[in-house]
Design a protein around this ligand. Structure first.
Ligand code: BEZ
Ligand code: FE2
Length: 412
């Protein structure tokens, strides 16, 4: 048993969000979070005691629900500012991006994410090059094996290659590695394959990840087979019309899944209503959206519909860092119309409790029975006002945590 003493515990448990001068008692799971000093003294007699010191803040480990580790190679060659310009540059530079890739490189990226406080990672895997790193990682990982390929003539090969990657990924399953499925997007996978992938994901009961309405040009292509996507598709994939429109695509999803719709920047009110009905969550990658010229997701529209959102970094091909606290800082400044302390609280929830719920994981909250995934860092002074704690934590969290526990084990 362990007793972690921290000045402040940000539990992310709505029943009691802040505990001052207390302790987290845990083994593999959290046993209790308490400020009962007598009880703590009693526990200390038979436990390992970790005293995090003055100014310490302990909270649940962060969850980065959407990244692409296979795109961790050189990205200075990519084009930014417009989605299609970026996508074309990714396709053109694919060789260079993949050539610079090695297990050591991905391991290093995962280590840095860990030091920054990310204890659970949703990694979209397009090729399977990241499987071993994900399986070896200290973090918990959800490997989203991605179905992608828009050539109708190659439909069967695309699906069987995808199933092979899923089977390979399944071999790495463990209590820390979830083998799951991703569908790239409504424009890059035909409806027939989309439906097969959804059925497969449902039968596996794992979360499903989908890129959806990242840009206005995607919307235009889906609605009317026109706009910037048209010359791109004609040239690169010899396609002259889209497979379906946005709402048809959403109609393929049932209401019983843990579905993560990534981006949704160009989704309209009806589509957001449909996502709400499906019970889906929206993955919000503000830096990526900015770099690719996609605009800013309206968090107010999600709030009105009680759709939860999860801040994530996307991959290094559309970001300069996979540091989740850094991404939260960007989000804080980009959503400048929203109340600052409340936004900060929401953002922190989005990478802990909300993310865990959306993916069906028993983490993201420091409360009895939840996994003991804990991070701890120190600020240079006190934050006496509870309502400003999330804001100060986001602003001042260091790039390396002082303590990290995953399933109760030290991960540093
Ligand atoms: C494809 O592989 O078919 C594809 C990839 C990216 C965008 C569109 C289509
Ligand atoms: Fe992505």
């Amino acid at each position: 048993m362990n007793v972690l003493l921290a000045d402040t515990i940000l539990t992310m448990n709505p029943a009691r969000e802040v505990v001052r001068g207390g302790a987290i008692v845990f083994d593999e799971n959290v046993i209790e979070v308490t400020d009962d000093l007598e009880a703590i003294e009693k526990r200390k007699k038979t436990a390992r005691v970790i005293d995090c010191g003055r100014g310490s803040i302990a909270m649940p480990g962060l969850i980065n629900a959407h990244t692409h580790l296979e795109f961790s190679g050189v990205s200075t060659e990519l084009n930014y500012g417009s989605f299609i310009a970026w996508l074309s540059s990714v396709i053109e530079k694919r060789e260079t991006l993949v050539k610079g890739l090695s297990k050591e490189l991905i391991d290093g990226v995962l280590d840095e994410m860990l030091r920054g406080g990310t204890t659970t990672i949703g990694a979209v895997s397009s090729y399977g090059f990241d499987l071993e790193s994900l399986a070896d990682a200290k973090q918990k990982t959800i490997c989203f094996n991605e179905l992608i390929g828009s050539n109708p003539a190659a439909s069967e090969q695309i699906f069987s290659a995808f199933l092979n990657r899923v089977a390979k990924s399944d071999e790495y399953r463990s209590d820390r590695f979830v083998s799951a499925i991703a569908i790239h997007s409504p424009y890059s996978v035909s409806p027939a394959l989309v439906k097969k992938a959804i059925a497969l994901s449902q039968s596996r009961k794992t979360p499903l990840s989908v890129h959806f309405l990242e840009s206005k040009s995607e919307r235009k292509w889906l609605e009317s087979s026109s706009g910037e996507f048209k010359p791109f598709f004609e040239k690169v994939f010899k396609l002259d019309s889209s497979f379906c429109n946005a709402q048809e695509f959403l109609s393929f999803f049932g209401g019983d899944g843990k579905i993560l719709f990534t981006h949704c920047v160009a989704a309209n009110d009806e589509e957001l209503d449909m996502i709400g009905k499906i019970g889906g969550a929206i993955v919000h990658c503000p830096v990526s959206n900015r770099l690719l010229g996609c605009g800013l997701l309206s968090l107010e529209k999600l709030k009105n519909r009680e759709i939860s959102y999860l801040v994530a970094t996307d991959g290094l091909s559309s970001n300069y860092s996979l540091d989740l606290f850094g991404e939260l800082r960007s989000a804080l400044f980009m959503h400048e119309g929203l109340d600052l302390p409340l936004l900060a609280r929401d953002l922190l929830r989005s990478v802990t409790d909300s993310a865990a719920k959306a993916m069906g994981l028993n983490t993201g909250r420091l409360a009895s029975g939840y996994a003991a995934d804990i991070i701890c860092f120190r600020l240079s002074g006190e934050v006496s006002d509870d309502s400003l704690l999330p804001l100060q934590a986001i602003l001042r969290a260091p790039s390396a945590m002082d303590y990290i526990f995953i399933n109760g084990e030290s991960a540093l």
